[in-house]
Design a protein around this ligand. Structure first.
Ligand SMILES: [Zn+2]
Length: 540
């Protein structure tokens, strides 16, 4: 796209912006966040009472705002059938070589799930170290080489080979290959019996406590089809336990971290036998996405939509920390839901609606691996080829307004000139993601939409907070990530300032409204990993 064309689109957006300024209220967003993160909602676990209450509340807000039902059978709900598995505390896992056996303790040393989703599973297998567990032909990288790992227990590190070259594993940014979910998927494709990820804080991007808290509660899974292979153990060990396991095989964490960064790396059989028993509570989970629609004003284009999304679920009730077992998820992600409901209200209140329709989608089971958004992507109300754009909100800090905004991935789509024009109009500077190495693009629901070709990104606050000292934003992030992220202390604070969230809602509103009015649907730019899926959906 040439600059001249970009400017033209920018001016169109500007005209539109003058015409309609959305009435977005920080006070209403605050009220939604306070309600959704209250103890009454029990941490909004999917399939529990708190989750039912949260979805009922969001659907009621959609109804009050005048949205039409966008779910199953003319309701606001899309049923998402999942299987919930919770590993019992009696779970055991040991490693032996020669006469020596090391036992690992559930939660302190390891966590994991039986992805076969069966109640009682016991297995043994030989451990083999496979580096980062990546096979990526486009980067000429294969950690497996020609080694058959069927029936083996793969020991690996999450993350990907270190790089500062943007053409090699995205440079500093993490690609999907670096995500733990990819490791489990690749191991499943290769027929492994289990995976043990050795946690280190730098490779994971967060501490052991986050891994433990995220994996010790019930995990939602899509059902395993008969005859489909699944891992008997998808698990993690602490760095300390990883060190013990590796030293049994004559190796060390530091040495293998280094070895894993080499293109010549070959899998290393550890000569260690893994024995595992994961007694598991299994139940059917009937959870749901909440969907509300505002019809477009153009008789033809109203069959197409702009999606706004936010996940409503959090971790429910789990391991107590300082006597508190309710994982309230105020920042993660009552904030996104508050924005979503306020956006829906403002959109429906417009006297003249944009040409295309808008779908407001509060999705379930994000924390358990983007299950709700994946389910929607596979069973969409409006097909991906008729979906213009998806704008997602996940985990925004209510610390006031910022001078900057982060729209990770928007520059990869042809909606970029609109995003730039709206930012300019609002006096916001677009900043690159401050921590691309954490792979945030693959860590929230917009990824599930991108996966089926829909141009999609999340809107996040930047770190340059107005009226706060330099470095405040980065410190706030470190503080939240280190002390509250996925912990019971992610709780509502009366002192919070929601003006920045209202600003981000306005920003997303204006982008969506402009895209909903344009003649052509946006797509992914040439060379992008999601362009093929977009073309498959019918959009060129
Ligand atoms: Zn989360």
């Amino acid at each position: 796209m040439t600059n001249i064309r970009a400017v033209t689109i920018g001016l169109c957006a500007l005209n539109f912006l003058w015409a309609q300024q959305p009435d977005i209220s920080a006070r209403r967003i605050r009220a939604h966040v306070k309600f959704l993160s209250g103890d009454l909602l029990e941490g909004r676990g999917p399939g529990g009472r708190g989750g039912q209450l949260a979805t009922e509340y969001i659907a009621t807000q959609f109804m009050l705002a005048g949205l039409k039902p966008g779910g199953d059978n003319v309701t606001y709900f899309q049923g998402v059938p999942l299987t919930g598995v919770q590993t019992e505390k009696s779970a055991q896992f040991s490693a032996s070589k020669g006469g020596q056996t090391i036992d690992f303790k559930w939660s302190d040393d390891f966590v994991g799930v039986n992805e076969r989703l069966t109640a009682d599973d016991r297995f043994e297998g030989d451990a083999i170290f496979v580096g980062h567990g990546i096979e990526a032909p486009e980067f000429q990288w294969n950690d497996f080489k020609d080694v058959d790992v069927r029936g083996k227990v793969l020991v690996l590190f999450t993350n990907e080979p270190a790089s500062s070259d943007p053409k090699f594993f995205g440079g500093r940014a993490l690609t999907y290959y670096g995500r733990w979910s990819y490791k489990f998927e690749e191991a499943t494709r290769k027929g492994a019996v289990g995976v043990i990820i050795i946690h280190t804080t730098p490779t994971a991007g967060y501490g052991w406590e986050v891994v433990r808290n995220s994996w010790s509660g019930e995990q939602p899974y899509v059902k395993v089809e008969p005859g489909q292979h699944a891992l008997s153990l998808a698990g993690w060990v602490t760095q300390e336990s990883g060190e013990k396991l590796l030293s049994l095989g004559g190796h060390h964490v530091d040495e293998l971290l280094k070895a894993a960064d080499s293109r010549d790396f070959r899998p290393i059989p550890l000569g260690v036998r893994i024995l595992c028993n994961l007694p598991t509570k299994v139940r059917e989970i009937a959870t749901r996405n909440v969907a509300g629609m505002v019809e477009g004003s153009d008789p033809k284009l109203k069959s197409e939509v702009v999606i706004y999304s936010a996940h409503w679920d959090h971790l429910g009730i789990g391991t107590p920390v300082n006597g508190d077992a309710i994982y309230n998820g105020a920042v993660d992600n009552a904030t996104g839901c508050g924005i979503l409901m306020e956006l829906a209200r403002a959109w429906a209140a417009q006297p003249k609606k944009p040409r295309r329709s808008a779908l407001f989608l509060a999705v379930t089971a994000e924390e358990g691996g983007l299950r709700g958004s994946q389910y929607y992507a596979a069973h969409p109300e409006i097909p991906p080829g008729k979906t213009a754009l998806a704008i997602n909100y996940d985990g925004l800090f209510p610390f006031g307004r910022t001078r900057d905004v982060v729209v990770n991935g928007a520059d990869r789509t042809t909606a970029w000139p609109v995003v730039e024009a709206v930012a300019k109009r609002m006096g916001l500077t677009i900043k690159p993601h401050p921590r691309p190495e954490q792979g945030t693009y693959y860590r929230s629901d917009h990824f599930a939409f991108a996966h089926v070709g829909i141009p999609a990104f999340s809107v996040e606050l930047g770190e340059d907070f107005i009226g706060k000292p330099k470095g405040f934003g980065a410190k706030a992030f470190d503080d939240y990530n280190g002390q509250h992220y996925h912990r019971p202390s992610d709780e509502f604070q009366e002192a919070w300032d929601f003006s920045g969230l209202a600003e981000m809602a306005r920003f997303g509103f204006l982008i969506g409204a402009e895209v909903a009015n344009q003649d052509r649907l946006p797509t992914w730019r040439v060379g992008d990993e999601f362009l093929a899926a977009r073309e498959k959906s019918g959009v060129r």
